[in-house]
Design a protein around this ligand. Structure first.
Ligand SMILES: [Zn+2]
Length: 307
């Protein structure tokens, strides 16, 4: 008996007038690969740092996160280059303005860039016009600084609003990574336009592994004494187990492994060993397609979207 797949299309009943196209049974990744591996980073550096309970800036948290733009992102880029891996970076517009050299270096090294709002805003708190302005501004700033067209997106806190999907399509985006409900990408169709949804998971997010609860805490007030912090050996173990199970299942049908990290978290020296350990673990297996978000989006569009 096969238990590996249902046929429900629950991604389409989250919003009105959206239909979902799942990948067919005979879908396969390029070059005989059984699994796609997406190494992704959310690069917001110090944006979104909660203030202290007094309402004053928290220089401890602010500067801890600035490490991601000043040092962490460069260490990550070295690890990716050393291992020959192309990744995807979701960058906030203001972060690109703070760290333009790093933003350009990410693009020049061949990694994909997606938008991560302008000030790492909570999109779900905005009305439609405000959110449209954030998307438009983020696109313009990232395109100006990186020199690459911006066609992908991940919402801050992975919390899209009810308007995000439509606004992204209206602004020319073709992929996003905002839902958490599958381990294969799929297509969402609205008003004749198609979005490639590349599901993410908090189960492998370094913010959750090292700072449990931090995603829920964002926007909900600061802690004066953050932590306790997770252990890099534990993070590596989680990443390896996630990959191993999906790889085994991928003998029956294609699968996707996606991990999300932050340069201010995983770019620290001791944690960077877990990043490299994960890459080396995955590279030890055959039939693995290290792919960027744009590669997955283009593959699906070529096969399933009529232009
Ligand atoms: Zn973020």
């Amino acid at each position: 008996m096969k238990f590996h797949r249902g046929d429900n299309k629950s991604g389409s009943h989250l919003l009105p007038n959206v239909s979902e196209i799942q990948l067919p049974e005979d879908f396969h990744w390029p070059d005989g690969a059984r699994i796609a591996v997406l190494i992704t980073f959310d690069f917001q550096a110090e944006l979104g740092t909660p203030v202290l309970p007094t309402g004053k800036p928290d220089y401890m948290e602010l500067t801890e996160r600035q490490y991601g733009g000043r040092r962490g992102v460069w260490r990550i880029l070295e690890i990716l280059e050393r291992n020959g891996v192309k990744a995807s970076f979701m960058i906030s517009g203001r972060t690109a303005e703070f760290y333009p050299q790093a933003t350009r270096a990410i693009h020049e090294a061949g990694h994909d860039i997606g938008g991560h709002a302008y000030l790492h805003e909570s999109l779900w708190e905005m009305n439609r016009e405000q959110e449209n302005e954030v998307i438009r501004k983020t696109k313009q700033v990232l395109e100006d600084i990186s020199g690459a067209p911006l066609v992908g997106w991940r919402s801050p806190q992975i919390r899209a609003s009810e308007n995000t999907l439509n606004l992204l399509l209206e602004n020319g985006f073709i992929w996003r990574s905002d839902y958490l409900n599958d381990d294969l990408p799929y297509l969402l169709k609205v008003n004749g336009k198609t979005m490639v949804e590349i599901p993410y998971t908090v189960a492998t997010d370094d913010a959750q592994l090292y700072m449990p609860g931090s995603v829920r805490r964002q926007g909900g007030g600061a802690t004066v004494a953050p932590g306790p912090y997770g252990n890099p050996r534990n993070a590596l173990w989680v990443w390896q187990d996630e990959f191993d199970v999906l790889y085994e299942e991928a003998k029956r049908e294609p699968k996707m492994f996606i991990v999300t990290m932050h340069p201010y978290i995983s770019g620290r020296a001791n944690r960077s060993k877990a990043v490299e350990g994960m890459l080396k673990h995955i590279k030890g297996y055959p039939e693995v397609w290290f792919s960027r978000t744009i590669d997955v989006a283009e593959l699906l569009r070529k096969q399933y979207v009529k232009s």
